[in-house]
Design a protein. Structure first.
Length: 279
């Protein structure tokens, strides 16, 4: 049985973290290593994790001051001993069969001799009064990721592969997307969707969601991502501009609006032009 590492980074969200960890403790697959990085909490998280570590339920990395999400993730990844690794946000949780489903799917793909970069899953969006399943495509390549993050924020991957790229601490946002791009850049493989809807994303609160990040932070992140991608086709550029505009706080540059208009995206282009002149 392969050891699987699950990493969590957290800061001052103890109530959410308790729910998250409970879903990890209840996994049907037992050979799991849980690593939690407390990135400078002052709400009792530090003490809670120390108790769990003393009970040998997890490995706790306790930062006295915040290093940032990417640096915290990298600490967990570097410490991991699992053959495979996956992550989870502290305010989300997973179904008890998630890890077993990933392993079953991995075994099935090995029989087909597929080149697997990693696995991902459809996401259950949990609102305050309802649930919706965000169904993603069956497989994703590097070429696909150059247009849009079609995977989401978590994958199941060989630990050695994730250790080789890590998360970029200089990315102020879009860190997951950037990492999946770098992980797949020099490969003809694919990320495969297991279609089990095993990841529950709590969107019923406003704490730390990317859609609420300041415009300056997202603008910087998109700028860095565009620079990393280098020369782009027109199709890639248009798709990336549309992705950028999907964030409600973003304002497009005139050159980006012009690109949308000349490629027939009149409604989006005119909407972006109007939005640009609204405070």
């Amino acid at each position: 049985m392969h050891l699987v590492t699950i990493y969590v980074t957290t800061k001052n969200r103890l109530t959410f973290l308790r729910r998250c960890l409970e879903s990890l403790f209840n996994q049907t697959y037992c050979n799991i290593e849980i690593i939690v990085v407390d990135d400078g909490s002052n709400d009792g998280t530090h003490e809670y994790l120390k108790e769990l570590e003393d009970d040998k339920k997890l490995i706790a990395i306790l930062n006295n001051k915040s290093l940032g999400a990417c640096a915290a993730r990298n600490l967990a990844i570097e410490r991991s001993k699992g053959h495979y690794i996956t992550g989870i946000d502290d305010d989300d949780y997973m179904e008890r069969w998630r890890i077993q489903s990933f392993l079953d799917y991995t075994n099935a793909l090995e029989l087909k001799s597929e080149t697997v970069l990693g696995l991902f899953d459809d996401t259950v969006l949990e609102f305050k009064s309802k649930r919706e399943v965000l169904v993603r495509r069956d497989s994703v390549t590097y070429s696909d990721l150059r247009k849009e993050n079609l995977i989401g924020n978590q994958i199941f991957v060989m630990t050695s592969n994730l250790k080789s790229v890590g998360f970029d601490p200089d990315m102020p946002a879009l860190q997951d997307w950037d990492t999946w791009l770098r992980l797949s850049k020099n490969s003809n493989g694919k990320f495969f969707n297991i279609h089990k809807a095993s990841y529950i994303q709590d969107v019923g609160h406003d704490a730390g969601r990317i859609t609420l990040k300041r415009k300056r932070i997202l603008e910087e992140a998109f700028s860095k991502l565009f620079n990393k991608l280098g020369e782009m086709t027109l199709q890639e550029r248009v798709s990336l501009i549309l992705t950028k505009y999907s964030y409600p706080q973003m304002r497009l540059r005139f050159s980006e609006i012009y690109c949308l208009l000349i490629t027939g995206h009149y409604r989006k282009g005119l909407s972006a032009l109007k939005k640009k002149f609204i405070n």
